[in-house]
Design a protein around this ligand. Structure first.
Ligand code: HAM
Length: 548
């Protein structure tokens, strides 16, 4: 007992943050199995693993995924990374102050605080510890100006007190605005997805100079501030892969050949996901594909303009989200799940009828290549995806048992993204699987989960007597080295008790080691399910368990 009762705040029970969760045994065995299968299958397709960091410059995601998307606009966990804690709290203090013009002390202490901020802030800028961005330079100038004007205005009541107050308020809002735009450090975000990171890494490590294409895969947590529900979390896991290929200067010489080559890459990537799902025995897998045209060609632009004008005609019948999207991204209206919008969307023009010749050729080739590989698909002209970087091929895969969040994988082609991020002209295609949803679906289909989560044989060592203990330690070492799961109790137990505990832990076997067994040099193995007993010498026992 501690002397004083814990204070209320010390008694607080911590819980995982909303939308995050602990993955626990035995479920983690299934997670490991899924990840091991990914490593194995992706390796057979020639992919190598990349592990990018979980946070990056916010600007990277804004540029890659798109500033108007839900992901960047609403769902990122963003923070400023700096060493200026005191300066940052001084900025908030100043922001929330309202100096009283009729109280000279209030005004002068306000101005003093601005000067204190300016001193430390200019020093940080001079030492390059605070980024010298145009916004920061401008804010510095403005703050200096306000700090000079405020004391003068506060003492000048020539137009009357109300007039003086209004002029002071204008200055104060200028101070607030300057403080609002100041960035004390880099603005970073937890990654909402990893394609942008992989492209950044491709550029940073000059991967265009390595053999092309570069085929990379990743497994890890992503973060999106979405409304949590079954299959939708704020920290979730993706298993993803990307193929990046430097565009050769002569690539346009044989355009038809290039289009077929791209289609083959698309089909191979899709085949790889399907092989992975097949290996895991994922139930009810359905692949949907589409082509959303090419931004640089007229087909996408022409179609989006047509879509927009058709949507304007039915605007009044659409919900608020879709109405907004007519302006920001008409394409995304096709994504709507709202029931009353479905009949309206069904009558909208379809992109397949508006693709340019190159996009049509490429899309036809993707379908042909999928058929050649025996990959079944359905076409869905409304599959536009929620990220801005896609062009031509898009695809999504759904699985059984997931309710409304049934997309277990999404992907597509994104030629030009690397260039948009400051790299050389590069083609790209990839996908990401929602690992949480994949696991949920496997767990719903119990057989698949059982097969997937297969464990090594589990032996409980029931030992009794000092000699038996030494033999038990020795046996545990050998069995574990052979890949057997072993539980070695740290205290001697009567055999009855030991068997009871072995069953409780879920062991399949009990290895019985008493002094007699040790003297004889034979070990007794009891199968807990039926009570059958067999005697083995050590090598024979290892052989027997290995065969399991
Ligand atoms: P995405 O469609 O945003 O694409 O996400 C891919 C998959 O991640 C989804 O199909 C879903 O299974 C899973 N997922 C997304 N958000 C959540 C969430 N909040 N909770 C649980 N699972 C979720 C991308 O992320 C692209 N980077 C895919 C890609 C790679 N395209 C080309 N290369």
């Amino acid at each position: 007992m501690t002397e004083a009762a814990p204070k209320k705040e010390q008694r607080r029970k911590f819980q995982a943050i909303r939308g995050t969760r602990d993955l626990l045994p035995p479920d983690t065995a299934l997670w490991n199995h899924v990840e091991e299968t990914a490593h194995a299958v992706f390796t057979t397709f020639g992919f190598g693993e990349i592990r990018p960091p979980v946070f990056e410059a916010t600007e990277l995601f804004a540029r890659a995924v798109g500033g108007d998307t839900d992901i960047v606009g609403k769902e990122m966990y963003t923070f400023e990374d700096h060493d200026f804690g005191e300066l940052s709290s001084l900025a908030s203090t100043i922001t929330y102050r309202n100096p009283d013009i009729q109280n000279s002390h209030s005004v002068s202490s306000y101005v003093e605080q601005i000067h204190a901020f300016l001193g430390a802030y200019s020093e940080g800028l001079a030492q390059n510890k605070i980024p010298r961005t145009p916004d920061n330079e401008r804010a510095l100038e403005n703050l200096r100006m306000h700090a000079t004007r405020i004391p003068i205005l506060a003492g000048d009541w020539t137009g009357g007190i109300e007039h003086a107050k209004t002029r002071l308020e204008l200055q104060i809002s200028g101070v607030r605005e300057a403080l609002r735009v100041i960035q004390l450090g880099d603005v970073l975000s937890l990654r909402p997805e990893a394609t942008a990171s992989v492209c950044r890494a491709y550029i940073e490590h000059n991967m265009q100079q390595l053999p092309q294409p570069q085929k990379l895969y990743y497994i890890g947590p992503m973060f999106r501030r979405e409304r949590p529900q079954k299959g939708r979390y704020r920290q979730f896991y993706q298993v993803g892969a990307e193929v990046l290929e430097n565009v050769k200067p002569d690539a346009t010489r044989d355009a038809a050949k290039e289009l077929t080559k791209d289609a083959i890459t698309d089909a191979e990537v899709i085949q790889m996901v399907m092989t992975f799902f097949d290996k895991l025995k994922l139930p009810g897998v359905q692949l949907e594909i589409n082509s959303i045209g090419h931004a640089a060609d007229n087909c996408r632009r022409g179609y989006v303009a047509l879509l927009k004008s058709e949507l304007e005609k039915v605007k009044d019948k659409l919900g608020a989200d879709s109405q907004r999207r007519i302006e920001t991204n008409p394409f995304r209206v096709l994504d709507s799940k709202l029931e009353h919008e479905q009949p309206i969307i069904a009558t909208l023009p379809k992109i397949a009828d508006h693709l340019c010749d190159d996009c049509k050729t490429q899309y036809a080739a993707v379908k042909r290549e999928l058929e050649l590989r025996g990959v079944f698909y359905t076409e869905n002209w409304r599959l536009v995806r929620g990220l801005d970087y896609y062009m031509r091929t898009t695809f999504e895969i759904t699985a059984q048992g997931l309710g409304s969040q049934n997309a277990v994988c999404g992907g597509g082609r994104y030629d030009g993204l690397v260039e948009l991020l400051g790299g050389p002209p590069t083609k790209g295609i990839g996908f990401a699987i929602g690992e949480d949803r994949l696991i949920l679906s496997l767990q719903e289909a119990k057989d698949a989960a059982l097969a997937a989560g297969k464990q090594p044989p589990f032996v409980y060592i029931a030992w009794m007597g000092a000699n038996a203990y030494a033999a038990a330690v020795h046996a545990a070492k050998d069995l574990r080295a052979a890949g057997v799961r072993v539980e070695l109790p740290p205290v001697e137990q009567k055999f009855g008790k030991a068997l009871e505990r072995a069953s409780k832990l879920g062991a399949q076997y009990a290895l019985i080691l008493g002094d007699n067994e040790v003297a004889e040099g034979t070990w007794t193995l009891k199968t807990l399910a039926d009570g059958a007993q067999q005697k083995f010498t050590e090598p024979h026992l290892l052989d027997f368990l290995k065969k399991l």
